[in-house]
Design a protein around this ligand. Sequence first.
Ligand SMILES: Nc1ncnc2c1ncn2[C@@H]1O[C@H](COP(=O)(O)OP(=O)(O)OP(=O)(O)O)[C@@H](O)[C@H]1O
Ligand SMILES: [Mg+2]
Length: 282
Amino acid sequence: MSRYPLISSGTIIESTPEESVQSPIISIRQLGKSFQSGAGKKAVRYQVLKDVDLSINKGEFFILLGPSGCGKSTLLNLIAGFEKQTEGELLVGGEVVDRPGKERAMVFQHPDASLFPWLNVRENIEFGLRMQGMRKGERKAISDRYIELAGLTGHERKFPRELSGGMKQRVQIARVLANEPDILLMDEPLGALDAFTRRVMQEELVRIWSETKKTIIFVTHDIQEAVLLGGRIGIMSIGPDSRVFEIMDNRLEYPRDLTSREFNLIQKKLQGIFQDDLYFHL
Ligand SMILES: Nc1ncnc2c1ncn2[C@@H]1O[C@H](COP(=O)(O)OP(=O)(O)OP(=O)(O)O)[C@@H](O)[C@H]1O
Ligand SMILES: [Mg+2]
């Protein structure tokens, strides 16, 4: 039962009942994750996530929103299969997640960590396809499509060191898309960009999502970014024992107008939750 009445004017903001998610692509039940620090008698367990329940539909743009350290990356890493949960169930496409899979792709905050500096833009985008043994002509057809989609036309021959931060992030996104995953896991992918580039990339991302209809789980601690991008916004408690304690429906039409009354209403509602004393005692 929610402590926060999110229903405001009309149907713009609503809390989603769990039952409304039909045959989810991701299904998380009573999930927990703890880490052990130290060894022997001095070992301490830290319960990052506890009792996380979450269902995500195919094609959703889902936001995980919460303050630094609450466990957003941990939850994303579990979905990616990089880590294993200590309690509960995690299914993707009805299958238990116990390792990374081709159908799930992670986009990291710092593209430098994932791009190969000795490969140019096209070669970086085609890398996964080449590893699969795909022939040159076929690879080129796919990379052409994603180069265009990511707004990189004309920059194909540049190397990562010759690109701006926003362009590098576009290359990372294009490379991930070229491998045709069903699910994009994005861990604060725009966090390292300046405000202007970030706004441009947010618009690009909405465009790419509406053209590809991928399922996106996007992590952020930025309320405005959450309202700008998310169809549903999962709000995490502060932790330890963090969980997704509320899910807000955001039915504003894309592309969204940051200056509209409705936009500001949703933003204020979210700000209210994080400023409420109750939030710190969840
Ligand atoms: N491998 C690990 N070993 C021990 N503790 C960990 C490990 N990974 C994460 N934690 C702990 O789990 C908690 C949540 O970390 P996490 O990185 O998931 O937070 P976050 O919400 O992504 O934060 P941020 O917004 O700063 O990225 C933190 O207290 C962190 O110290
Ligand atoms: Mg993180």
